[in-house]
Design a protein around this ligand. Sequence first.
Ligand SMILES: [Mg+2]
Length: 256
Amino acid sequence: VSDLPEPLQAELARVAGLPRVMVCSDFDGTLSQIVLVPDDARPIAGAVATLDGLARLPETECVLISGRTVAALGQLSGAGPDIVLVGSHGAEFSTGFATQVDDDQRALRERILSATTAIADDVAGVRLEVKPISVAVHVRQTAPDQAEQVLAAVRSGPATWPGVHVTEGKQVIELAVQPVDKGTAIESLREQFGADAVVFLGDDVTDERGFAVLAPGDIGIKVGDGATAAQYRVADPESALSALDVLLSGRRAQRP
Ligand SMILES: [Mg+2]
């Protein structure tokens, strides 16, 4: 706890005492270390226990929000049933209201898949991830010069098509057939839950859309380096977990 900035600790203590609180966290790089093989990602020790603890508190919503599919997020995180899972950057919700995909969008996703398959062909280490409304092209395991060529071909190719919504992250470019982002998802969850404050933690470029929708009185925590609109920054997933632990213990103490 001592590694958290003093103003952040004070804000977490204040929010812990509010009636209805929603905690949203990214997974990869925020509550897990970034790994070379995406399926090897696991939450850091203690993370799931803290998330479950928050989720079980009354008037407290606990959300994991990720670029991964809901299925992969549930499996890799080991999150219990009390934790709401939001996948595909906000296009899929474990609570049921997944985005509707029409025939045109499904056809567009197939065209995107064909084009990205052609681009990735013969390049070692490129991984295509097909999700309900998007195709993500991962180049983390690709040689750096080839990775840049693949990303450039995607940017100048299918990424320019009408109806395609582009999200770039670290070593990944994602092409979606609907506009989705974590900010829209957080806003809609906030409204449904009626949260008095939102706490959001994230490490990547895509999380900036989430920080952008936070209001005065909310808490945004950027994990690691890089430009950010978040008010607070912590160094690593361990410190991110410390922040969640401060919130959990504060809420337990103030709302017995
Ligand atoms: Mg992340």
